[in-house]
Design a protein around this ligand. Structure first.
Ligand SMILES: O=C(O)c1ccc[n+]([C@@H]2O[C@H](COP(=O)([O-])O)[C@@H](O)[C@H]2O)c1
Ligand SMILES: Cc1cc2nc[nH]c2cc1C
Length: 355
């Protein structure tokens, strides 16, 4: 059995008994009933995911996975592909948005080369990044598939390997991405998985103007017509219109769910990865925490497809890198503190409401 097949078999729904025990405790906290609202619902979820009423989310890992995209040749991004390796060097130097926000949240950041179109051997040899390079950028999806099925499985299994290795030390994972052009494959995945029209899903990414936005929509339309991904087959969608970092993140999500670890899903690209993981195994949904709503218009439909009506934050983010996941980890820690530190009416000797 392959690592992917084995991992999928190990993903179960949340633990109902831990959820129930957490519910009883939260119902009896010395506060007006459910007065900490959504954070209490989040605490229930974390109990269900981890299978304990005393979960820890202290050890936090954010995986920022990088890859390049052949479709950038179609002028679908405001920036050139060179920015992808340049930003990898910036992550390593500590000067990116994710460096500041992960440090603030007390999370360790791991940068992964899933398929950057540049030689990053110096960084890998120095142990500054994790090398899982599947290729030097994907094929141009407007002309053919992004990658072979074998490469798609390799990308997924690389993410699973990372989840399995880090699960020994870390309590919770956050997803992050870096890849010039990657809102284009992410929108294609959104279209295949939600069935919504491309005009409603396609956005400006790093900052396209009105004409460029129409052009990008047409390029994605062409990519879907040429490749015809099978909506029921997550590996096929990834191979035909995905990306190496999207595959790595989908694998990370599958692997973390198999290890019963919560995953804080970042923005638009990370949610495309979550849709790939969900198409492969729908139970992964039980382990996802949605950090925020991205400015990309398609994000809402993708989150709804994954059962999320209201992500934790709405801050006009459109950066990626794992920045939304980092900010949301503060709230996740708050949710766990409510469950594990607030006294019940009985423990605090506070009079309960009249029945
Ligand atoms: O995560 C998001 O919601 C998000 C929305 C728009 C852009 N991005 C980032 O910007 C890059 C992709 O944008 P683009 O225009 O090149 O497709 C890539 O590096 C992403 O991390 C990220
Ligand atoms: C500078 C820059 C930083 C990024 N971080 C994630 N996507 C990005 C895109 C650009 C262009």
């Amino acid at each position: 059995m392959s690592l992917l097949e084995k991992t999928v078999k190990e993903i179960y729904p949340q633990d109902a008994s831990s959820r129930e025990k957490a519910k009883t405790r939260l119902d009896n906290l010395a506060i007006p009933h459910w007065a900490l609202g959504d954070l209490m619902d989040l605490a229930l979820d974390i109990a269900g995911m981890t299978g304990t009423v005393k979960p820890s989310v202290k050890k936090k890992a954010i995986l920022t996975m990088a890859g390049d995209h052949g479709v950038v040749a179609e002028n679908v991004s405001k920036y050139p592909s060179e920015v992808t390796p340049q930003m990898v060097y910036n992550f390593v130097a500590g000067g990116a948005g994710i460096n500041a926000l992960s440090k603030q949240a007390g999370a360790n950041i791991f940068v992964v080369d899933m398929g950057v179109a540049a030689d990053l051997k110096d960084l890998a040899d120095a142990g500054k990044i994790i090398n899982k390079k599947v290729g030097l950028g994907t094929g141009n999806i407007a002309k053919g598939p992004a990658m072979s099925r074998t490469m798609a499985v390799r990308a997924l299994e690389s993410g699973i390997d990372i989840a399995n290795e880090l699960s020994a030390e870390y309590d919770i994972f956050g997803t992050g991405d870096m890849g010039i052009g990657n809102t284009t494959p992410s929108t294609a995945i959104a279209a295949v998985c939600t069935g919504e029209p491309l005009e409603a899903l396609t956005g400006r990414g790093t900052g396209l103007n009105d004409d460029q936005l129409v052009h990008k929509t047409n390029v994605i339309k062409q990519a879907l017509e040429i490749n015809k991904p099978d909506p029921k087959d997550g590996v096929d969608i990834l191979a035909k219109v995905g990306g190496f970092e999207i595959g790595g993140l989908a694998g990370l999500i599958l692997g973390a769910a198999a290890n019963r670890k919560p995953i804080v899903v970042d923005g638009f690209i990370s949610t495309a990865a979550a849709l790939i993981a969900y198409t492969i195994e729908p139970f992964v949904r039980d382990y996802l925490i949605f950090s925020h709503k991205s400015v990309e218009p398609g994000h809402k439909a993708m989150q709804l497809k994954l059962g999320c009506e209201k992500p934790l934050l709405d801050l006009n983010f459109r950066l990626g890198e794992g920045t939304g996941a980092a900010v949301a980890m503060n709230l996740v820690e708050g949710a766990v503190a409510i469950l594990t530190e607030v006294a019940t009416f009985e423990e605090a000797a506070v009079a309960e409401a009249d029945k």
